[in-house]
Design a protein around this ligand. Structure first.
Ligand code: SF4
Ligand code: SF4
Length: 372
C-alpha cells in the first residue's frame, strides 16, 4: 500500500528537555471498590481502589467524580504527603530469562505484553519501534532518549534468549538528535540494527511497518514504551509514572512530561502551559485516532492516555459530500466509508476524514456504527 506523509504545522515544536512533574498535590484513582476510609494513610504502591495502586503516599482525602478516558466515574482523591512512603513490598531484580519475563508479566497482570511474549518460545526477528503514529506526539522516541543505555542492553539480551537472527531498532529519519545518540551508544551492540524510516503515517502500526521492512513470521514487535515497562517489571523499578506529550497550536510551547499516574490534566496545564487563544479543543491520544475531551477540568491522566493536543478551534464549513471518492481510495484496509462495506476491517486510522474535501467526519460516523 502507498503510505502518506501527513501535513504538519511547522510552528509546533517540542521542547527537547523532559519536564518531571512528580509531586502533584493530589492524585485521583479510578474505581468504586475503595478500601480505605477518609483521612487514612495510603502508601505508595498500595492497592486501595479496584486494584489500582497509589502512585504517591498520602492521605485519603475524599471521593470526586472525574473523567477517565471517555468515562465519568468516581475516584478516590489522595492528598500527597510528599514522603513517597512505600508499601512494604520488596523490589526484586529478576535475571533476564524467558521464565522470569513471563512470571513478571503475569504478576503485573499485563495481558497485552504477556500475549506477545507467550506467542513463541523463539523469535526470528525482534522489532523495537520508536514511532508514534500521530502528528506532534513524541512519547516513544523520548522514552528511548531517556533510557537509551538500559533499553539497548535489554534488546541485546532479548535477542540472545529468544535466539533472534535480527534485532531492529526503528527510528524516523527526522529524529536527528536521537539518531546521533543511538549511533554513539549502539556501537557496543553489534546485534542491534538501527533502521531509519521516512516520516509516513501508519508506520507505527505493526502490520504496516513489518510490511515496509519486509519482515515476516515469528517476530516480536514492541514499542519503546512497552520495552520500558518490561524493563521496569524485571528490575522491580518504579512504575508510578508515565510519559505524556502535550502539544498543539493553542499553547505557547509543546512539551514532554513525566508525571505521576492519575494526575489531573488541569493541574498540569495550570503549572506548565499557557493557552494562547480563547477557543480551542483538547484532544487525547492523537489528532488522527484520538478523541475530544469533553471535560478538560476533570480529566485524569491514566495509563490509557499518551498525549494531549490543544488546538485552536477553526470554523469548519458545513460538511457536504461531493462524491469525489477520495475516502475510498485512501483507505488502507479496503473499507468503503460511504457504504460501510468491510467496516469490520476499519482500524480507526482517520485517513478518510483527513482527506475529505467536503469536511465529512467519516471516522466519527464509522465509530458510531461500530459502537466504539
Ligand atoms: S472524500 Fe468526502 S467528499 Fe469525497 S466521497 Fe468521501 S465523503 Fe464524499
Ligand atoms: S478510519 Fe477506517 S475507513 Fe477510514 S481510512 Fe481508516 S481504516 Fe479506512
Amino acid at each position: 500500500m502507498k503510505l502518506i506523509s501527513l501535513k504538519k504545522n511547522l510552528n509546533i515544536k517540542i521542547n527537547k528537555d523532559i519536564i518531571y512533574y512528580l509531586n502533584p498535590d493530589f492524585v485521583y484513582l479510578p474505581g468504586s471498590n475503595i478500601q480505605v476510609s477518609q483521612d487514612e494513610q495510603v502508601l505508595k504502591g498500595e492497592k486501595v481502589c479496584s486494584n489500582y495502586a497509589s502512585p504517591i503516599s498520602g492521605i485519603a482525602f475524599g471521593i470526586k467524580k472525574c473523567l477517565f478516558n471517555k468515562k465519568v466515574q468516581n475516584s478516590l482523591v489522595i492528598e500527597n504527603d510528599f514522603r513517597e512512603l512505600e508499601d512494604s513490598k520488596e523490589h526484586h531484580y529478576n535475571k533476564i530469562t524467558i521464565k522470569n519475563i513471563l512470571k513478571c508479566l503475569e504478576e503485573n497482570k499485563d495481558k497485552d505484553l504477556l500475549a506477545k511474549f507467550k506467542s513463541q518460545t523463539t523469535f526470528s526477528n525482534i522489532v523495537i519501534t520508536t514511532i508514534d503514529d500521530e502528528p506532534y506526539v513524541y512519547n516513544n522516541i523520548f522514552i528511548l532518549k531517556e533510557n537509551i543505555a538500559e533499553l539497548l542492553e535489554l534488546i541485546d539480551e532479548l535477542g540472545v534468549i529468544y535466539k533472534s537472527n535480527h534485532n531492529y531498532l526503528v527510528v524516523k529519519n527526522i529524529d536527528t538528535a536521537i539518531i546521533t545518540d543511538c549511533l554513539n551508544a549502539i556501537g557496543t551492540y553489534p546485534s542491534i540494527n538501527l533502521t531509519l524510516v521516512n516520516d509516513e503515517y501508519l508506520l507505527g502500526n505493526p502490520e504496516f511497518i513489518l510490511e515496509k521492512l519486509q519482515i515476516k513470521d515469528k517476530t516480536l514487535y514492541l514499542t519503546t514504551s512497552e520495552l520500558l515497562k518490561l524493563n521496569n517489571y524485571l528490575k522491580g523499578k518504579d512504575t508510578s509514572t508515565i510519559l505524556l506529550t502535550i502539544s498543539g497550536d493553542a499553547i505557547k510551547e509543546s512539551k514532554i512530561l513525566r508525571i505521576k499516574k492519575y494526575t489531573l490534566l488541569k493541574d498540569i496545564l495550570s503549572k506548565y502551559f499557557t493557552i494562547t487563544v480563547s477557543k480551542y479543543k483538547v484532544i487525547a491520544n492523537g489528532l488522527m485516532q484520538g478523541f475530544e475531551i469533553t471535560d478538560e477540568f476533570n480529566f485524569v491522566i491514566d495509563e490509557s492516555i499518551s498525549s494531549i493536543n490543544i488546538m485552536a478551534s477553526v470554523d469548519i464549513p458545513k460538511s457536504n459530500c461531493i462524491n469525489c471518492g477520495k475516502c475510498i481510495e485512501i483507505c488502507p484496509k479496503g473499507v468503503n466509508p460511504l457504504t460501510k462495506k468491510n467496516i469490520n476491517k476499519c482500524i480507526n486510522c482517520g485517513l478518510c476524514s483527513y482527506i475529505c474535501p467536503g469536511y465529512v467526519n467519516l471516522k466519527a460516523k464509522l465509530q458510531g456504527d461500530k459502537d466504539v
